[in-house]
Design a binder for this molecule. Sequence first.
Ligand SMILES: NC(=O)C1=CN([C@@H]2O[C@H](COP(=O)(O)OP(=O)(O)OC[C@H]3O[C@@H](n4cnc5c(N)ncnc54)[C@H](OP(=O)(O)O)[C@@H]3O)[C@@H](O)[C@H]2O)C=CC1
Ligand SMILES: Cc1cn([C@H]2C[C@H](O)[C@@H](COP(=O)(O)OP(=O)(O)O[C@H]3O[C@@H](C)C(=O)[C@@H](O)[C@H]3O)O2)c(=O)[nH]c1=O
Length: 310
Amino acid sequence: MNTQKNNKPSILITGANGLLGQKLVKRLIEKGSFEIIATGRGACRLPESWKDYTYASMDITSQEDVKSVFTKFKPGLVIHGAAMTNVDQCETEKEACYQQNVAAVQHIIKACEQHASYMVHVSTDFIFDGEDGPYDEAAKPNPVNYYGETKLLAEELIQQSNINWGIARTVLVYGISHDMSRSNIVLWVKNSIEQGKDLQLVDDQLRTPTLAEDLAEGCILMAEQKAKGIFNISGEELLTPYDMAIKTADFFKLDKSKINRTNSSTFTQPAKRPLKTGFNIQKAKTQLNYQPKSFNEGIDILAKQLNLAN
Ligand SMILES: NC(=O)C1=CN([C@@H]2O[C@H](COP(=O)(O)OP(=O)(O)OC[C@H]3O[C@@H](n4cnc5c(N)ncnc54)[C@H](OP(=O)(O)O)[C@@H]3O)[C@@H](O)[C@H]2O)C=CC1
Ligand SMILES: Cc1cn([C@H]2C[C@H](O)[C@@H](COP(=O)(O)OP(=O)(O)O[C@H]3O[C@@H](C)C(=O)[C@@H](O)[C@H]3O)O2)c(=O)[nH]c1=O
């Protein structure tokens, strides 16, 4: 039986200290309609000013940890965002990547089976090869790096399970994380130009960059509706990283001469990136009433958060 405190359904967030995790906890606190169980690896790193949620340390690679936290809280709803997300590190540390992105998901599935919890699992455009994006939900996966392989294996475990599940796929998430633990393309471009650095931006990768707050909203919509199946939860605009950099420089009135156009073939990253991804989000817009911000609106939100932070 799932727990309900003062008649509020209980929702458990994994990876709550991460970029998406923080936005989920913040939005759920604002909504006030759930009993919130925020979980993460080790100590809580959320702002001390945040109230009205419970934090529990839960290493998702530990079956014992997962079992005991789920037994204690019996969450009706779960949003599983925790993962190893450094794509290059996933290529060089495959065992750690497998444990965090695949084996851990089996522990979460088992706990959801035990407690009849509905789960939103967060996935990625990197399950595709990037040959013919943008993609809809029915497109055939074919990952080109190990991170993408593990995220696809996780999707397959979930789709073969008998739990109540939804999969939220997203793309190139940007936003401000509280302890700035994770940078992203907007901040990296802004900070680099302000430091007078020259940047090489690829113009042959296509993405639909996603504001972290929009991703959180989409996951919450799915949880509230216990939406069944796969949903593309990303931004709507198809942009290259070069386009994103120019838009960022225009917004912050920075020196665009620092932005040099290049292509992925000149890029030596340990993990191959799929070239043309990006998502068609029509299904989420019509079935979930998901309404993401434009890229420029997203940058404006980041700018306001940066001003508040400084
Ligand atoms: N960022 C992006 O561009 C995209 C992300 N996604 C997906 O979205 C989800 C969230 O990503 P994002 O918020 O950006 O990533 P972050 O790296 O910011 O957050 C991931 C969180 O998972 C936690 N985590 C990792 N391993 C464990 C573990 N063993 N036990 C408990 N927690 C763990 C991390 O903990 P700690 O803080 O201690 O490191 C971190 O807080 C991921 O599933 C990712 O695959 C999909 C597409 C794009
Ligand atoms: C560092 C760098 C990146 N880029 C481009 C490549 C890429 O499209 C974009 C972001 O680069 P990164 O390598 O930091 O990001 P990357 O690791 O490709 O981000 C991925 O993260 C995982 C978690 C996902 O699930 C994917 O959806 C995707 O968002 O910026 C440049 O053009 N020039 C550069 O110097």
